[in-house]
Design a binder for this molecule. Structure first.
Ligand code: HEC
Length: 153
C-alpha cells in the first residue's frame, strides 16, 4: 500500500513537471510573432525618440547615447526573431523573409551596421555625423520593410 502511494506520488510529480512551462519547450508561433512585434515596437520607440532629439524637437540630447545603445542590443539578431513556422497568423512578415533568407539576413546586417555607425556618431558628438547616420539608419529600416513587410492594413 505504502509503495503504491509512493508510486502514485512520483507519477503525479512527473505529470506536473510535464505540464509546467519550460524555457526549453518549443514556443507557440503566435507567441513568437507577438514577441517579435514587441521587439520591433521597442526598436521603433527608440528610433522615434532618437529622431525627435536629432531633429531638435525635444531637448534630451544626453539620452541619445542610451537610445543608440538600446538599438544596438535590439537589432543584434533580427533574423532570430523570424524562426521557421512563425510565417502565418497575425503577422505582416512576407513569405520572402523565409524564401529569400540570404537577402533578409543581408538587410538585417545592413541595419546592424548602420545602427553601429549611428552609435559611433553619437559618441563623437558631431551633429552633422549624427544627423547623417540617423538618416542612413532609417533608410535601412525602410529598405527591409519595403521588401519584407506587408503594408499595414
Ligand atoms: C531585416 C529586416 C528588418 C529591419 C532591418 C527592420 N525591420 Fe522592422 N519589421 C520587419 C518585419 C518583417 C516586420 C513585420 C513583423 C511581423 O508583423 O511579424 C517589422 C515590423 C516592424 C514594426 C511594427 C511592429 C508591429 O507591432 O507590428 C515596427 C514599428 C518596426 N518594424 C520598426 C523598425 C525600425 C524603426 C527599424 C530600424 C531601426 C526596423 N524596424 C528594422 C523587418 C525589419
Amino acid at each position: 500500500m505504502k509503495q503504491h502511494i509512493t508510486r502514485t506520488l512520483i507519477f503525479t510529480g512527473m505529470m506536473l513537471a510535464a505540464l509546467a512551462p519550460s524555457g526549453l519547450s518549443a514556443a507557440e508561433p503566435e507567441d513568437v510573432i507577438k514577441y517579435r512585434k514587441n521587439m520591433m515596437q521597442a526598436i521603433g520607440g527608440h528610433t522615434s525618440a532618437a529622431g525627435a532629439i536629432v531633429q531638435g524637437k525635444v531637448d534630451y540630447t544626453p539620452h541619445l547615447a542610451e537610445h543608440a545603445r538600446a538599438l544596438q542590443v535590439l537589432t543584434k539578431d533580427i533574423p532570430a526573431l523570424f524562426p521557421k513556422d512563425s510565417d502565418f497568423g497575425d503577422t505582416e512578415a512576407m513569405d520572402v523573409v523565409w524564401t529569400k533568407r540570404a537577402d533578409f539576413e543581408k538587410a538585417a546586417k545592413t541595419a546592424k551596421i548602420r545602427v553601429a555607425a549611428f552609435a559611433k556618431a553619437v559618441q563623437s558628438g558631431n551633429p552633422q555625423a549624427i544627423t547623417a547616420s540617423f538618416k542612413d539608419m532609417g533608410e535601412a529600416c525602410k529598405g527591409c520593410h519595403k521588401d519584407f513587410r506587408k503594408e499595414e492594413k
